[in-house]
Design a protein around this ligand. Structure first.
Ligand SMILES: Nc1ncnc2c1ncn2[C@@H]1O[C@H](COP(=O)(O)OP(=O)(O)O)[C@@H](O)[C@H]1O
Ligand SMILES: [Mg+2]
Length: 265
């Protein structure tokens, strides 16, 4: 009995702490897309600062577009986006969006992460080189530094892209499906590094298809057909009913997704 009361109390405390968090990003009634194709419709959402946020939704629901909007790569056609971070966000795009044939080594790719601060034409300092070495080490790819990016396995290349993101030393790290299709080792390494970044006070936003991974985050944004259907603590957002409705899973009588719910968190 005591354990039950305790665990309930800690859940409530957990919610209260995310409610109190300052936002790193605030989107108000954002509509955005590509050319004449509007993908996101009236999205109002909040990304808490210094926390791990996951963005979920079926294929084509607008997860990548939402990251593009937060990153500033895609401008909204309506609504507003406010980022409180001083630095430019570090954006790690989906692996499949990066050309396999890029003629550069792993070290050069990670060093590109420093360009956001330096511009491409300034010589790297000893400090830059030290940051690059540290990022290679943290992703356990230091032994691959001289290899061509295009010659790596999917998991190795993804770790190189995450290392490039870390090298930017931004306080807002955006990652598009960083662990999709990777083996356990690469996923574990990336998860550990993102956990460390969050523990160091950085804001981490990632898209994922992995419910177990999502449940370990602090905050969750759930998209369906370009609309935000829920946001809040992952355990509150990702209920069985909601998951069945949004992913149209068989075996449930729920015919359509829920109305937008704004949960604490
Ligand atoms: N560059 C683009 N130009 C036009 N339409 C796009 C582009 N990128 C994505 N879309 C369309 O936007 C919708 C949402 O895509 P996306 O944000 O990539 O979803 P998700 O990441 O959830 O799979 C899809 O219908 C997709 O076809
Ligand atoms: Mg996507």
């Amino acid at each position: 009995m005591k354990i039950i009361i305790k665990s309930k109390a800690s859940i409530v405390e957990g919610m209260a702490s995310t409610v109190r968090d300052q936002p790193a990003v605030v989107l108000r009634e954002v509509s955005a897309g590509y050319a004449r194709h509007v993908v996101l419709h009236g999205v109002t959402a909040r990304v808490p600062a210094g926390r791990a946020t996951v963005v979920l939704g079926p294929n084509g629901s607008g997860k990548t577009t939402l990251l593009n909007v937060i990153a500033g790569v895609v401008a909204p056609v309506a609504g507003s986006v406010r980022r409180t971070s001083v630095r430019l966000p570090a954006y790690v795009p989906q692996r499949s969006a990066v050309a396999d044939t890029l003629p550069m080594t792993v070290r050069q790719a990670v060093a590109m992460g420093r360009w956001a601060r330096l511009g491409p034409w300034r010589r790297q300092s000893g400090k830059d080189r030290e940051i690059v070495r540290e990022c290679l080490r943290r992703l356990a790819i230091d032994d691959l530094a001289a290899r061509q990016l295009g010659a790596l396995s999917g998991g190795q290349r993804q770790r190189a892209l995450v290392a490039q993101g870390l090298a930017q030393r931004s306080d807002l790290l955006l990652l598009d499906e960083p662990s999709t299709g990777l083996d356990l080792g690469a996923r574990g390494r990336i998860a550990d590094v993102l956990h460390q970044e969050r523990a160091a006070g950085r804001t981490v936003v990632r898209t994922t298809h992995d419910l177990a991974e999502a449940l370990r985050a602090d905050h969750c944004l759930l998209l369906d057909e370009g609309r935000l259907v829920a946001q809040g603590a992952p355990a509150d957002v990702l209920t069985e009913d909601t998951v069945h409705a949004v992913w149209r899973l068989p075996g449930r009588p729920v015919a359509r997704p829920p109305e937008m719910t704004n949960l604490p968190g």
